[in-house]
Write a protein that binds this ligand. Structure first.
Ligand SMILES: *Cc1c(COP(=O)(O)O)cnc(C)c1O
Length: 420
């Protein structure tokens, strides 16, 4: 399999997945996508998640230098459970939060980390985070010998627990607290990427969801859950997916196009409604970011939209099965309360957006994608449900280590302190 930029011509000869993961963002500013999406059928897969991961990803690594490491990479990535849990009727919840930092981003971050580590090159991984990506990346890369990690996060715009998760590291991980918002952090990273001098001296790659190495492994849980759902109910699974940068939802859309039993794909956004506006009007226009209580989805310019628009241009698929809705903070709060009262289940504010949408469109068969553990957002959730939210064992590692924080304001600050 070869990969090319979303901005390249179809006849472009493409590069390997290892190269695409190392570069992160294509030189022309586009995002890497596979040359084609292969077709699968139900009996192509294994009994457990690791085996399914390997069989699904094999073709994407064909003829790549990591081909023979893929099984080990999958085993290391998928070493925690991703259960589909019954709620009521034909409604299931896909719990993506049992990894070491309690968000679905553990899957992509771990896969990317184990892959890059096998390539045995000296690298700096840069990541701007609105909260969850940074800790997933830090945890995945911690103590890897040849790879340094710089995490940039916006001061005073993440939860207290998230900040703890971002700053409890040492050795090869540096956490930069930036005096600015998430877009400002992301722009710093982009500027370093675009400046040849700076990026050559650091040999950087990006661990944001623009990196194809994070996106492909996310398809795996859509493969396994849609097959499980089909087996159980004999119908295609509709998914409701809390969406910010559109990485997780794009993985679901790719998986559907590859032939898995997936029906509707419904995207739930907070009031940052760039994506719902696009699906309603066909017009894609980025907007300034608005702060919400589902902060990991506070994105005004969803970068994976470029991959979606590319798909639309090259594949002839039925768009009516994909839709998007915007949800307010008030609706999020009342969904958290309602789900707790009715099902005795505590959900995070992001997962709550999917519950709001399910009710809005009155869907009675679906899989709700649960993107994070509620304890990460205890400041928001606890006052609503009024009970203790214990931190699960899998998230406890490192969390009580002393915080290592480097405060910065400008890109020159960052360049000075990154090499110290
Ligand atoms: C990142 C994140 C999202 C949004 O996922 P995208 O792939 O950016 O659309 C939703 N929920 C949580 C908890 C997240 O951390």
């Amino acid at each position: 399999m070869k990969y090319q930029s979303t901005r390249a011509e179809v006849k472009d000869k493409g590069i390997s997945i290892s190269e695409a993961m190392l570069i992160g963002l294509a030189r022309d500013g586009g995002l890497f996508i596979p040359k084609f999406l292969p077709a699968f059928c139900a009996n192509d897969f294994g009994e457990n998640l690791n085996e399914t991961a390997y069989r699904f990803l094999e073709i994407f690594f064909m003829n790549d230098q990591l081909e023979n490491n893929l099984r080990e990479i999958c085993d290391n990535t998928f070493n925690f459970s991703i259960p589909m849990v019954h709620l009521e009727k034909r409604i299931e919840i896909l719990e993506l939060y049992h990894g070491p930092t309690g968000a679905f981003k553990d899957v992509g971050a771990r896969f990317l980390a184990y892959s890059l580590n096998k390539l045995d090159k000296h690298l700096t991984v840069m990541v701007a985070t609105s909260g969850d990506t940074g800790s997933a990346v830090a945890s995945a890369f911690h103590n890897m010998e040849n790879i340094d990690v710089a995490v940039l996060y916006p001061k005073d715009r993440i939860s207290e627990f998230q900040e703890k998760q971002l700053t409890c590291w040492d050795n090869n991980i540096k956490s930069f607290r930036v005096d600015g918002d998430f877009d400002y952090c992301q722009n710093m990273v982009k500027e370093i990427f675009n400046s040849t001098n700076r990026s050559e001296s650091l040999k950087i790659t990006s661990a944001n969801s623009i990196n194809i190495g994070r996106l492909l492994p996310q398809c795996v849980y859509y493969v396994s859950s849609s097959l499980e759902y089909y087996k159980k109910y004999d119908i295609y699974a509709n998914y409701i997916i809390p969406t910010g940068n559109m990485g997780n939802a794009l993985a679901a859309i790719w998986t559907k196009l590859m032939g898995l039993p997936i029906g509707k794909i419904i995207l739930a956004s907070n009031i940052n409604d760039t994506i719902p506006i696009y699906f309603d009007s066909g017009i894609f226009k980025s907007k300034p970011t608005i702060r919400t209580i589902a902060s990991a989805m506070d994105v005004g310019r969803p970068s994976n939209m470029e991959r979606y628009l590319n798909l639309k241009a090259f594949y002839n698929f039925d768009l009516s099965e994909i839709s998007a809705y915007s949800v307010s903070d008030e609706e999020i709060k009342s969904a958290i309360k309602d789900v707790y009262n009715r099902f005795d289940r505590i959900i995070c504010p992001h997962t709550a957006t999917a519950f709001v949408v399910m009710k809005k469109i009155d869907l009675d068969s679906c899989i709700i994608v649960s993107t994070a553990h509620p304890s990460k957002f205890i400041d928001t959730v606890k006052p609503i449900v009024n009970c203790e939210i214990p931190i699960p064992k899998n998230m406890e590692n490192h969390i009580n280590n002393p915080a290592n924080i480097i405060d910065i304001q400008t890109i020159d600050d960052l360049m000075d302190k990154i090499t110290q």
